[in-house]
Design a protein around this ligand. Structure first.
Ligand SMILES: Nc1ncnc2c1ncn2[C@@H]1O[C@H](COP(=O)(O)OP(=O)(O)OP(=O)(O)O)[C@@H](O)[C@H]1O
Length: 203
């Protein structure tokens, strides 16, 4: 009886260590109706990560050839490693009418904002600097100096919050709550009248 809601792109961003991967992983279990973009990266696989599921782990040379062939929606060097969003995955999901979720660092989110301005931009934060430090420490994937850079960068990145539509606090031990909030945001956006009545291509 009313126009269908067009598929949406949800961008989950935030400083390193706030829990983007953990949140996206849990959201995936809760929302099989969404397409989760598998980001390409040149960084080394962390324990337990699976190629094609968590990331597309590629060599720097392979990554560079994708850039040359314009196969990435956006890419950036994040803490010394390439990360990028394969264009085709996003286009195919949207063509099928499926909502798309992508996790991206703060600089990458700015690029997506220019390319796909009607996406839903979510800024994920930890409840405190202390909690962020604890998460990075417990993850044990970076040496101390690189961890300190991440904490310092996080303080700068928080200033970009204004450019986002939502801020979600990923509290210690409350991953399920974070996922619930994100899921509610997506549902609310899908129910938005503005999205339903916009001319095709505008959203
Ligand atoms: N709500 C939470 N409570 C406790 N621990 C959490 C929570 N969310 C994430 N973590 C843990 O914090 C650590 C950092 O999370 P994660 O690797 O998902 O961060 P990230 O934002 O993806 O970081 P990066 O951008 O560096 O990849 C992980 O060990 C993860 O299991």
């Amino acid at each position: 009886m009313v126009p269908a809601a067009p598929p949406v792109v949800v961008v989950i961003s935030g400083p390193s260590g706030v829990g983007k991967d953990a949140v996206v992983h849990a959201l995936k279990q809760a929302r099989p109706d969404l397409h989760f973009v598998v980001t390409a990266t040149s960084r080394a696989k962390r324990e337990g990560e699976v190629h094609g599921k968590d990331y597309l782990f590629v060599s720097r040379a392979e990554f560079e050839s994708w850039v040359q062939r314009d196969q990435l929606l956006e890419h950036a060097v994040v803490y010394g490693d390439y990360k990028g969003i394969p264009k085709q995955q996003v286009a195919e999901a949207l063509d099928h009418g499926t909502d798309v979720v992508m996790r991206i660092d703060v600089q990458g989110a700015a690029t997506i904002r220019r390319l796909l301005p009607h996406s839903i931009f979510v800024f994920l934060v930890a409840e405190s600097e202390h909690a962020l430090v604890q998460r990075l420490t417990q993850r044990k994937t970076e040496p101390m100096d690189s961890m300190l850079v991440r904490v310092q960068t996080a303080k700068e990145e928080v200033k970009h919050m204004k450019a986002f539509d939502y801020v979600v606090v990923n509290r210690e031990g409350a991953l399920a709550e974070t996922v619930q909030t994100l899921s509610a945001i997506i549902d609310a956006e899908k129910a938005s009248v503005r999205r339903r009545i916009a001319p095709p291509g505008v959203i």
